[in-house]
Design a binder for this molecule. Structure first.
Ligand SMILES: NC(=O)c1ccc[n+]([C@@H]2O[C@H](COP(=O)([O-])OP(=O)(O)OC[C@H]3O[C@@H](n4cnc5c(N)ncnc54)[C@H](OP(=O)(O)O)[C@@H]3O)[C@@H](O)[C@H]2O)c1
Length: 323
């Protein structure tokens, strides 16, 4: 495949993934029976039901196997695109699903001590973040990330709708002129301690202010996830920083944890993932994992709901140079 054909094929596949995500999120998919779909492409790609043998049938849903492409892409990068994102488009029968990502240096930092994090990982991982946002109802970041990065948290690098932006600000200490509060390109939901709802502080131009109780001086994340799910945001993408992702992991709220490791040594920077301590290695969390190369970065994509039985599985053997 030459590179422009490959780009076209990747765009079509991404449109299919967006269509699957959209259908799963609307609740219109009959999850208990198998069905086939063709792509109705456009600014917001949609799937339309067709008979399984229809010539335009491009993707199928089945309760047992989830989403399956009718013509399986045989080679990377298309195979990786399908394998990484289609499992995230499963319909939810109840509750919420939480994805989380951190881009860390070899020495487990997400930024320098002063908060400089642009960029720990490279362009391909950045594009991945925008794709994750497009497949989520909301992208959530901690107070320090909002303060240090003044992020936009949009999907501007890929096709797909901007998610709602959820910002933790327990004490309502963030500056009111941050882009997330003023740009209006997507809704921003600001989450504070419920006792501070009437306190002075920023209020998003588009969005809402939500109060949540605190536990041990931190926002109670379990209550937060339940509350935003009740309000319709059931697919949450936690994008950082290290303290926030670690707190979601410690609360056992993360279903899929993605850590991208960059070949970079920061030294004494802001800490990356720091889960609760395990006393013995056999008690450590050892999730089922797939590994993807993104430029020079390596993404570990971990299914936190299917831990392995200790380190007894048999990974692929042998030595292989991947870059
Ligand atoms: N490389 C990456 O993937 C990546 C991604 C995002 C950000 N970053 C970088 O990471 C740095 C910020 O990360 P960080 O770890 O220092 O901070 P953070 O996770 O962005 O924010 C932590 C703050 O959020 C507030 N918070 C409220 N409820 C919380 C809870 N339940 N658990 C934890 N925190 C809660 C706390 O502030 P209060 O005490 O005021 O409540 C806490 O200090 C920035 O430099 C940013 O540029 C890197």
């Amino acid at each position: 495949m030459n590179s422009s054909t490959e780009t076209d094929a990747a765009e079509t596949l991404w449109a299919l993934i967006l269509g699957a995500s959209r259908l799963a999120r609307t609740g219109a998919l009959a999850t208990e029976m198998a069905s086939s779909f063709a792509l109705r492409d456009g600014p917001a790609p949609e799937l339309r039901p067709v008979p399984a043998e229809h010539q335009d049938a491009a993707i199928a849903w089945s309760p047992r196997d989830g989403w399956q492409l009718r013509t399986t892409p045989l080679a990377d990068p298309l195979r990786a695109l399908a394998e990484l994102y289609l499992p995230l488009c499963k319909p939810l029968s109840e509750g919420h699903v939480v994805f989380a990502h951190l881009g860390q240096s070899i020495d487990s930092c997400v930024a320098t001590a002063s908060g400089d994090s642009c960029y720990v990982t490279g362009d391909e991982n950045l594009r991945h973040l925008h794709r994750m946002r497009a497949l989520s109802d909301a992208v959530l970041v901690g107070t320090e990330t909002a303060a240090c990065d003044n992020p936009r948290l949009t999907t501007r690098m890929v096709r797909g709708e901007n998610p709602v932006r959820i910002i933790l600000d327990r004490r309502r200490r963030l500056r009111a002129d941050l882009g997330i509060f003023t740009d209006g390109v997507a809704e921003t939901w600001l989450v504070c301690d419920q006792t501070r709802l009437a306190a002075p502080g920023p209020v998003p131009k588009r969005g809402r202010l939500i109060g949540v109780p605190t536990r041990d001086g931190r926002l109670d994340l379990m209550i937060l996830a339940g509350k935003v799910a009740e309000l319709g945001l059931r697919r949450l993408f936690i994008e950082g920083g290290g303290a926030t992702v670690s707190a979601f992991v410690a609360a056992n709220l993360v279903d899929r944890l993605q850590v991208a490791i960059a070949p970079l040594l920061i030294g004494g920077g802001r800490a990356g993932l720091s889960p609760p301590a395990s006393d013995r290695l056999r008690n450590a969390i050892y999730p089922r994992c797939r590994i993807y190369r993104m430029g020079r970065d390596i993404l570990y994509d971990m299914d936190m709901r299917h831990p392995r039985e200790g380190r007894t599985d048999r990974p692929p053997s042998g030595l292989e140079r991947i870059v």
